[in-house]
Write a new protein. Structure first.
Length: 168
């Protein structure tokens, strides 16, 4: 995955549309499915919990499938990009201790993964207006910069790919 510049305003407006559409779809679909099942298979005891639960599960699956199919639509570009970025950052975060240890020893791939993580996190936090922990990110970036200078490594985050995480 490569980092891309995206318009924050467009991202936020499209994310809001996706959230509202998902909530509305979940509500309408779950009620429709559960009410149809209750009508077709009424219970003598009056408890329809299992039909209501099935309605929610079916609608959640339907909305998930629909999001997956629409992920490649041009209007979903910004939202899908941020979802993919969060996925990549999560993969790196799971290996963070090993990456930090390897970077401290001069491993270029570890440093590259950390650099991608820091730049990606900075972009993500700015998109989501979550700048509270930016100081800890700056501290981590400064440490990485020291290692890059110490080991005389050139980092180009366009060289990053998730396959390099397998060695850690």
């Amino acid at each position: 995955m490569q980092l891309k510049e995206i318009d924050k305003k467009r991202y936020r407006s499209r994310l809001n549309v996706v959230i509202v559409a998902c909530i509305a779809s979940l509500a309408v679909l779950s009620l429709s499915v559960s009410q149809t099942l209750i009508y077709l298979f009424p219970s003598e005891t009056g408890s329809h919990f299992h039909w209501n639960l099935l309605g929610v599960v079916v609608s959640a699956i339907a909305v998930g499938v629909m999001l997956r199919k629409l992920k490649t639509h041009p209007k979903m570009f910004e939202v899908a990009y941020i979802w993919d970025l969060k996925h990549q950052l999560n993969l790196i975060y799971r290996k963070n201790r090993k990456l930090l240890a390897a970077a401290e020893q001069g491993n270029k791939e570890a440093m590259l993964a950390l650099q991608f993580s820091y730049q990606g996190s900075r972009q993500l936090w700015q998109m989501d207006d979550n700048t509270i922990t930016m100081s800890s990110l700056n501290t981590a970036q400064n440490q990485l910069d020291k290692w890059v200078e110490e080991y005389d490594v050139q980092l180009d985050i366009s060289d990053y790919h998730s396959e390099m995480l397998k060695q850690f």
